[in-house]
Ligand binder design. Structure first.
Ligand code: MN
Length: 197
């Protein structure tokens, strides 16, 4: 019996196209995200981790340097947020508590997109770029591999996968174009706003 099951996507595999093609979603969600769940279930079987929530496993395996468990739990968690924060029609950011915080923290939405894209290009190799909320302000964090804000006791509002598997089919080596296209077309800002504390 598998303890954790891959959550269903909140939209059809072809509905993020052309920003993210159905071929990429099929591979990224159906193969990569699924594989992290399969590996995690295998690794925690009959261990102390078996009775924990996914959040608890991420935190504890990171603290205890259980690298294999952390890699798979972290990636399961990261991709859950990644898929859920997007919506097929995309949404332009509207005047809201979130847009005010973005303006306070980054001067403007365009400047935020620029800084987030630059941070994404600065992640060497595989990793993620995160928007985090801390001390009533917002910040951008680039982290390697499976690492996420939760592992560092920080609160993630949004995160973009910058592993090559996330963008190579659609954007080849143009990571910055991929990140900018998601920020400007696919992020469901209502969902992000709902994660504000
Ligand atoms: Mn990925």
């Amino acid at each position: 019996m598998s303890k954790f099951l891959l959550p269903t996507l909140p939209y059809n595999e072809n509905s993020l196209s052309p920003i993210i093609s159905s071929a990429t979603v099929d591979l990224h969600y159906g193969k990569h995200h699924q594989a992290y769940y399969t590996m995690l279930n295998n690794l925690i079987e009959n261990s102390e981790y078996e009775s924990m929530s996914l959040d608890e496993i991420v935190i504890k395996s990171f603290q205890e340097k259980q690298q294999k468990i952390f890699n798979n739990a972290g990636q399961a968690w990261n991709h859950n947020l990644y898929w859920n924060q997007m919506s097929p029609n995309g949404k332009t950011i509207i005047q809201s508590k979130l847009s005010s915080k973005i303006e306070e923290s980054f001067e403007s939405f365009d400047n935020f997109v620029q800084q987030f894209t630059t941070a994404s290009l600065g992640v060497f190799g595989s990793g993620w770029t995160w928007l985090v909320e801390k001390d009533n302000t917002l910040a951008i964090m680039g982290l390697p591999n499976a690492e996420n804000p939760l592992a560092y006791n920080q609160h993630a509002l949004m995160g973009i996968d910058v592993w090559e598997h996330a963008y190579y089919l659609d954007y080849k080596n143009l990571r910055g174009d991929y990140v900018k296209a998601i920020l400007e077309n696919l992020i469901n800002w209502d969902f992000v706003e709902n994660r504000l504390s």
